[in-house]
Design a protein around this ligand. Structure first.
Ligand code: AP5
Ligand code: ZN
Length: 216
């Protein structure tokens, strides 16, 4: 199963991807996570990406295309993968198709999570994650079951993303509508698009996603 999770910042792509990983055992390929790891490690890619990410701008297509192309060659991607936050431009979408075609593979489905802007801003403002395993939480909507302790790994250290501030979020939304939302039409025209009401609570969204995946 090879799927794309498409949607604006804060739509719940990462949250749903984690659940798909648990249920279907295929890896989550988040370009945002990969770029944050590169920034943290101080690599050449990380140095290029850091300021762009802090400003809410996109990292150049050739940089992310190369990262994804290398990642999908890893053995754990042999049975499928979830693309989370990639592709994000029409150039990246064409590159995805070329990468898959070169391996004789096809895309299973593109799942679009639809959420309105006020809710996106609210979600991003309340988001934090486990500093050790990356599990995502929210101040009011998704606290750990035991206060201050990560459900998944037991860590007590949490962090917030530097781009989750109101100014950068405004820039990220503008970039989404200009550069990424055209992919909705692109995949619709290819008969690959399934849209889900991402305004519903997390479990309901998971249910809808699961209904789509179980029919593949
Ligand atoms: P990236 O890391 O991909 O961020 P994003 O697309 O902005 O998406 P988010 O991670 O903010 O949101 P999400 O949809 O995963 O939501 P989540 O599940 O966390 O990209 C960051 C930056 O990297 C970009 O700005 C760019 O600079 C660069 N970059 C990355 N990929 C690139 C690419 N391909 N090309 C170029 N540049 C690239 O949920 C959000 C919050 O809401 C959480 O707190 C969660 O608990 C809560 N929540 C989730 N679902 C629900 C629900 N149903 N109800 C209530 N709360 C919910
Ligand atoms: Zn954790």
């Amino acid at each position: 199963m090879r799927l794309i999770l498409l949607g604006p910042p804060g739509a719940g792509k990462g949250t749903q991807a984690q659940r798909i990983v648990e249920k279907y055992g295929i890896p989550q390929l988040s370009t945002g996570d990969m770029l944050r790891a590169a920034v943290h490690a101080g690599t050449e890619v990380g140095k290029r990406a850091d300021a762009l990410m802090k400003a809410g701008k996109l990292v150049p297509d050739e940089v992310v295309n190369a990262i994804v192309s290398e990642r999908i060659d890893q053995p754990d991607c042999a049975n499928g993968f979830i693309l989370d936050g990639f592709p994000r431009t029409l150039i990246q979408a064409d590159a995805t198709e070329a990468m898959l075609r070169a391996k004789g593979l096809d895309l299973s489905v593109v799942i679009e999570l639809k959420v309105n802007d006020d809710e996106l801003i609210r979600r991003v403002a309340g988001r934090y994650s486990c500093a050790q395993c990356g599990s995502v939480y929210h101040d009011t909507d998704k606290a750990p079951e035991s206060e201050g302790v990560c459900d998944k790994c037991g860590s007590t250290h949490f962090k917030r993303r530097p781009d989750d501030n109101p100014e950068t979020m405004t820039a990220r939304l503008q970039v989404y509508y200009k550069e990424t939302s055209p992919l909705i039409g692109y995949y619709y025209a290819k008969g690959k698009l399934k849209s889900v009401d991402g305004m519903a609570d997390i479990d309901r969204v998971t249910g809808e996603v699961d209904t789509i995946l179980s029919k593949l």
